[in-house]
Design a protein around this ligand. Structure first.
Ligand code: HEM
Length: 392
């Protein structure tokens, strides 16, 4: 019981691994009750995590009774919240527009945005890399992808921050975003441009197409799914590299190592600390534990990705490890649609930041760092760095 409560302790976000290791050791899945009194199961081992992510007897569809109707339509049409066959259809239509080619076409733009953000603080002695790079880069990239004009990004940024943080204004921010996307979609239909929203508005697959509600839901999903997660990945990478000088100098000598560094950060410091919720539609047995029907289940990606049954020395930061196969982007039919984009953004940000500022140093002691709270995300709220070596 004390172990389960450790998940909600104030000290947990800064160092979740001891509590997760003990839970993983104790069993593959644990029934937990949040401080708000909401019960759910947490899956902690790699094998069982993969099973839960792929087992069709766990459903992603949740009742949304409390929501205003205009919001309900924008949420229940999101692929991440649907099971087959609806999921299959939505994912096929969205994938037809959100292609690897479209992602790759964003590369020069992402490089330019990254350089512009780094230029803006080049003269400063010390900056918060979360505030100045890790958060704004993914936000700008999603705006580019969807075709949100630069002049309209300000209010949109405020709503999306509220959606991510949650709280009292959540429903209001969601409603504003839905209204905004409806209006943007009307404009894209009238004057299509070279962006994802315009492309998806006209895609027809086998006589099938996305409805306006589905297009709005998709836009909302991309913003929510791709913003904070990618910010966490960039921040966690700068943080881990600053704590591992030998890996860092190896990467400086050979920039081709950057992709492997980012993969190892995804494993060790999984930015999305858990999956999203699933509900059991019948009893599901994981090892010696049976989860009854009708229960909420979360997979701890952070715990699974450090399972010693799967990874040798899981706590060691080793970009060259042969046994990758992390679950940081999920697994199975809901595997992250934005994974190629997230990887590209993190690789560019890290490569450019360390190339421009090879001597950067994190100025805050590990125990003083501020982390995002809650079980779902694993990332820093701020990460102050000094750009040049201090005077001897
Ligand atoms: C799904 C992680 C970035 C779009 C997921 C899932 C995970 C994940 C774990 C599966 C959740 C589950 O099965 O419960 C991440 C991480 C990211 C990232 C760690 C950054 C490092 C992005 C970006 C985008 C995106 C940049 C889009 C612009 C999506 C979508 C889904 C998804 C659309 C739902 C796919 C489906 O239901 O078929 N992501 N994500 N993600 N992600 Fe990402």
């Amino acid at each position: 019981e004390a172990l389960r409560m450790a998940l909600f302790d104030d000290a947990y976000p800064a160092n979740p691994h001891p509590a997760l290791a003990e839970l993983r050791q104790a069993g593959p899945a644990h029934r937990v009750t949040s401080p708000a009194g909401i019960p759910f199961w947490l899956v902690t081992r790699w094998d069982e995590a993969r099973l839960v992510l792929t087992d069709p007897s766990l459903s992603k569809q949740q009742p949304m009774d409390g929501l205003p109707p205009q919001l309900r339509s924008a949420l229940t049409t999101q692929m991440l919240l649907r099971d087959p066959p609806d999921h299959t259809r939505l994912r096929r239509l969205v994938s037809a527009g959100f292609t690897p080619r479209r992602t790759e076409a964003l590369r020069p733009r992402i490089e330019q945005l990254t350089d512009r953000l780094i230029d803006a603080f080049a003269a400063d002695a010390e900056v918060d890399v979360i505030d100045r790079l890790a958060v704004p880069l993914p936000f700008e990239v999603i705006c580019e992808l969807l075709g949100i004009p630069p002049a309209e990004r300000g209010p949109f940024r405020a709503w999306s921050d509220t959606i991510i943080v949650g709280g009292a204004d959540l429903v209001e921010a969601l409603s504003q975003s839905v209204a905004y996307f409806r209006d943007l979609l009307t404009r894209k239909r009238a004057r299509p441009a070279d962006d994802l929203l315009s492309a998806l508005a006209v895609i027809v697959d086998d006589g099938d197409r996305l409805t306006d509600d589905e297009l709005v839901g998709m836009a909302l999903l991309l913003v929510v799914a791709g913003h904070e997660t990618t910010a966490n990945l960039i921040g966690n990478t700068v943080h881990l590299l600053s704590r591992h000088p030998s890996q860092r100098s190896r990467m400086r000598d050979d920039p081709d190592l950057v992709p492997a560094v980012v993969e190892e950060v995804l494993r060790m410091a999984s930015p999305s600390a858990t999956s999203t919720y699933r509900v059991t539609t019948r009893p599901v047995t994981l090892g010696d534990t049976t989860i009854p029907a009708g229960e909420q289940v979360l997979v701890s990606l952070l715990a699974a990705n450090r399972d010693p049954r799967r990874f040798t020395d899981p706590g060691t930061f080793d970009p060259a490890r042969p046994d990758s196969g992390h679950l940081a982007f999920g697994h199975g039919i809901h595997f992250c649609l934005g994974a190629p984009l997230a990887r590209m953004e993190a690789q560019i940000a890290v490569r450019r930041l360390f190339a421009r500022h090879p001597d950067l140093e994190v100025t805050t002691a590990p125990q003083e760092l501020r982390w995002r709270t809650g079980l779902l995300m694993h990332g820093l709220r701020s990460l102050p760095i000094r750009l040049r070596p201090s005077d001897p």
